[in-house]
Design a binder for this molecule. Structure first.
Ligand code: UN1
Length: 512
């Protein structure tokens, strides 16, 4: 890495070679394989990590079990106070951490900083939440009885996160889990281990300073085997997994077999419907940011534009000229719009998608290609592409994690909504229209079937205040805002009799 980056790594406590497992500030020696994290920005090795092995996993779980016995007794607002301090610490490291995320993952610096901002925002949200873990009270059908419900912590929350949001998704889960009284074990993507190590180093001191058992915050950088262990481990009552549908099905099945709880936030195949009443000054930038932001590697990335036939040709031309202005290059250079894909495997998937599009009859508006030459030495830069397709092509129904945008024509809004819904995934969706009848139909029960449905906003870039997640193959889980916290707790219904009798519910008579 450059001397600037070396300084940033040092500020964040990332060494040339790092252990891949930690219990709070205690870093564990492991015997796992050593992996190198390469930057897709310039192809250079950043640092090494020794993966967690089964022994380290066991130690982290045991520490978490121990920590839970203490942490669950700390009053929730006091847990919130500690999360408040984590938010303050993240503010101090925002520039460094955002830059590392950008360098290790390849997203633009703006988006790297945005991701750290999401972490800060969710901490603030969690602080407020720590005084609002409300249960309901009910009226008992029996005299002199009281009924209410309360929410208790679950225990260990296993967090499996993906490469595309190396830090924010962990924060969504852990900030909520901590105020709920749970303890966390994080298994980050092996493609971005250094961002995770930096996060652990940022928060470890806060727990230490507050005298909290270090086991509340565990880290295991490991392979799929470690993920499998966690999914099958009855000591982990909740597994929250973000990533591909393939991974999510494996995790969901394993957790389901033991009747554990899971939060699954998996693939998307997000569309924007652009009607003849759209404001194109919003629709075009919304669609372009959605399609090329994070080089098309968000689960919320815009993959399909479903465009009314009357504006189709005009829109196609405008998109073509907007794409012509895109600057592709180092994401650390703020003049560039589009950075690299995560690695060469991702480039291969992009290329094989292009082959499939052609084979199924897709027509290039802007043909995709892998870029080479100065600035593109890492081999991970690709050209954002646009293809005219039919909605039912196999490749169109599949989530390709790359900047490939599909154009599809429609004539009635009902038809457009049906197409929008006719894919296996159900994460995010949007309509661009200034017509209230159109937007209301889209938002109605006969409209979008996704977990997220926007009007005059693209499909990506959700705020943390809402519940985040989607339906069908997206997995059904909700993370982040609204009442997503309930998934991190168990509900207990309590009925208290303060009378001198024992009347039974449903009026049942039982006399001795
Ligand atoms: C993801 O891609 O896994 O809505 C998360 C967004 C971001 C989160 C995306 N706030 O695009």
């Amino acid at each position: 890495p450059s001397s600037d980056m070396t300084k940033i790594l040092k500020n964040l406590g990332v060494e040339a070679s790092n252990p891949g497992a930690a219990i709070g500030s205690k870093w564990l020696p492991t015997k796992g394989e050593v992996i190198t994290s390469f930057s897709p920005v310039d192809g250079k090795a950043i640092a090494e990590v020794r993966l967690a092995d089964a022994d380290a996993y066991e130690k982290v779980v045991r520490a978490a079990q121990e920590a839970f016995l203490e942490w669950r007794l700390v009053p929730a607002p006091q847990r919130g106070e500690i999360v408040r301090q984590i938010g303050l610490e993240l503010r101090k490291h925002k520039d460094d951490l955002g830059t590392l995320v950008s360098y290790e993952m390849g997203k633009s610096l703006q988006e790297g900083l945005g991701e750290v901002q999401e972490m800060i925002d969710i901490c603030d949200f969690a602080v407020g939440l720590s005084r609002q873990l409300y249960g309901l009270t009910m009226h008992s059908e029996r005299p002199l009885h009281r009924m209410y419900e309360q929410w208790h912590p679950l225990g260990i929350v296993g967090i499996i996160s993906a490469f595309n949001f190396p830090v924010a998704v962990w924060a969504w889960n852990s900030a909520l889990a901590w105020v709920c009284g749970d303890v966390c074990i994080w298994k980050p993507s092996e493609k971005v281990p250094l961002s995770a190590i930096a996060c652990q180093k940022i928060v470890q001191g806060i727990f230490e300073k507050n005298g909290v058992h270090p086991g509340v915050c565990g880290l295991i950088v490991g392979d799929a085997e470690i993920g499998k262990k966690m999914a099958n481990d009855t000591r982990v009552p909740l597994v929250s997994a973000t990533g591909s549908t393939r991974m999510g099905k494996a995790v969901g099945e394993a957790v389901g077999r033991r009747l554990g709880k899971s939060i699954l936030e998996l693939g998307g195949n997000n569309a924007i419907i652009i009607t003849e009443n759209a404001d194109l000054n919003i629709a075009i930038p919304g669609a372009v940011f959605g399609a090329v932001g994070t080089a098309g590697q968000r689960c919320t990335s815009t993959r399909r534009l479903i465009i009314h036939e009357s504006i189709y040709e005009d829109l196609k031309q405008r998109l073509q000229s907007a794409y012509g202005q895109l600057r592709i290059g180092s994401p650390l250079d703020q003049n560039n719009h589009v950075g690299p894909l995560i690695d060469k495997d991702a480039v291969q998937m992009y290329e094989s998608a292009l082959t499939k599009i052609a084979a199924e009859g897709g027509k290039a508006v802007i043909a995709g290609e892998v870029l080479s030459g100065p600035g593109y030495e890492s081999g991970c830069y690709v050209k954002p592409a646009i293809y005219e397709v039919k909605n039912d092509y196999e490749i169109v129904c599949h989530e390709t994690f790359a900047p490939i945008l599909y154009l599809i024509k429609y004539s009635t809004l009902e038809e457009a909504i049906a197409m929008q819904n006719a894919v296996p995934q159900g994460l995010s969706s949007a309509i661009m229209t200034t017509n209230m009848r159109e937007s209301e139909l889209f938002l109605s029960q006969a409209g979008s079937d996704c977990g997220i449905a926007n009007v005059n906003i693209g499909t990506s870039g959700a705020e943390i205040g809402g519940a985040f997640g989607g339906e069908k193959e997206t997995g059904g889980g909700r993370e982040s805002g609204s009442d997503a916290w309930k998934a991190y707790m168990r509900r207990q219904t309590n009925t208290i009799n303060y009378s001198t009798q024992l009347p039974l519910a449903q009026g049942i008579k039982f006399e001795l």
